[in-house]
Design a protein around this ligand. Structure first.
Ligand code: SAM
Ligand code: SF4
Ligand code: SF4
Length: 339
């Protein structure tokens, strides 16, 4: 592992999240509401996207800056054609030890899962917000049934993309009644269910603090049914608080991004589909890496120098300071840079 560069709060750069597309086949109400992301919405044309070769080069550069983990996200990453080709290119990067992907699972067939696994993908996180079709369909807003996503989880399990995590964003009066059914379903399955506090990302989801079901409430709900004990973080900077069922039913996670922010340990950098770098999920302006990658007069050491300066000057701690925020600059959309 190369020596990590530290930002202004002494946080090392370790993880790179690559959003490979801004498009998605779902219209989750908390992420890409139809009223905004409708037929008239302008998604990026193909030429604007970083090519696989550019992403490979970017990953090599980030590897030299200390990045050892890469997560592929979106939009919906499986809507990017030939994603397995990108995964195999990224898995050639020596510094990158771990490649994972977050997906809504719609396109994750057994064949696709196998191709991704063969290409070097290690793990997947699959998003599923409810076990009830009517609730899930009210959230995804494109009539996708729960069974389709459960099949994706089975496919990922069958090919060994493990440990599989399932992300459930909890929104008050929408799917909070699904906390127990979801937990019951995934107990004893080896799948780690993670409850995520609904976040104020982007500018389009009409976020209100009242809609957030806090980690504390989620935990109390679960404890009414089961005895849970806290577990130690599996790695420094882990965002989920981990718990296990005392009866051996397995593990769950709670991601308290709103009520218990984890900015102090945030080691993530994000790359948008068109090559803008964001040092925070709540950033409003990116750093134009694509311009550097496409400029033939700029070499890798120069890009490394620019990114070192960018990370070294990083002060971001949006979630920690959320309540004191007065700025109303538009934020980048979650569907643009991934979770
Ligand atoms: N389309 C893929 C998916 O849904 O898994 C990857 C991209 S999606 C933006 C990544 C994760 O962010 C998903 O688990 C999604 O549920 C979560 N997410 C989206 N909007 C959110 C919000 N407002 N608050 C909390 N999590 C959110
Ligand atoms: Fe698409 Fe994922 Fe956003 Fe849902 S959360 S709209 S699946 S990008
Ligand atoms: Fe990291 Fe920004 Fe999230 Fe804080 S708010 S944990 S700095 S991405």
């Amino acid at each position: 592992m190369s020596a990590a560069i530290l930002d202004k709060h002494q946080r090392p750069l370790r993880d790179l999240r690559i959003s490979v597309t801004d498009r998605c086949n779902f219209r989750c109400v908390y992420c890409m509401p139809k009223e905004v992301f409708g037929a008239k919405f302008h998604f990026l044309p193909k030429k604007e996207l970083l090519t696989f070769d550019e992403l490979h080069r970017a990953a090599q550069i980030f590897g030299r800056l200390g990045v050892s983990k890469v997560r592929i996200t979106g939009g919906e990453p499986l809507m990017r054609q030939d994603l397995d080709v990108l995964i195999s290119q990224l898995s050639e990067v020596e510094a990158v030890q771990d490649i994972a992907m977050t997906t809504n699972g719609y396109l994750l067939t057994r064949e696709k899962a196998q191709a991704l696994k063969d290409a070097g993908l290690k793990r997947v996180t699959i998003s599923l917000d409810a076990l009830s079709d009517s609730i899930f369909q009210a959230i995804n807003d494109v009539s996708v049934p729960v069974s389709r996503i459960l099949s994706a989880i089975d496919a990922a399990t069958a090919v060994g993309l493990k440990p599989i995590k399932v992300n459930m964003v909890v929104k008050r009066d929408v799917n909070d009644g699904q906390i127990i059914p979801m937990a019951r379903h995934f107990r004893h399955s080896g799948v780690v269910l993670r409850f995520i506090e609904y976040m104020d990302v982007g500018n389009t989801n009409g976020w209100r603090l009242d809609d957030v079901v806090s980690a504390q409430e989620i935990l109390l709900t679960l404890q009414e049914e089961w005895d849970l004990e806290p577990m130690a973080p599996s790695q420094p900077g882990e965002v989920a608080r981990r718990f296990r069922y005392r009866d051996g039913g397995g593990e769950i996670g709670i991601i308290a991004s709103v009520t218990q922010p984890f900015c102090q340990h945030c080691s993530r950098i994000r790359l948008s589909p068109e090559g803008q770098i964001y040092t925070c999920l709540f950033g409003s302006e990116g750093f134009d890496l694509r311009r550097l990658l496409r400029d033939e007069t700029v070499n890798d050491p120069q890009i490394i120098q620019a990114l070192t300066a960018l990370w070294s000057g990083r002060l971001d701690q949006y979630s920690l300071l959320r309540s004191q925020m007065t700025s109303s600059s538009p934020k980048v959309e979650m569907s643009h840079i991934g979770g």
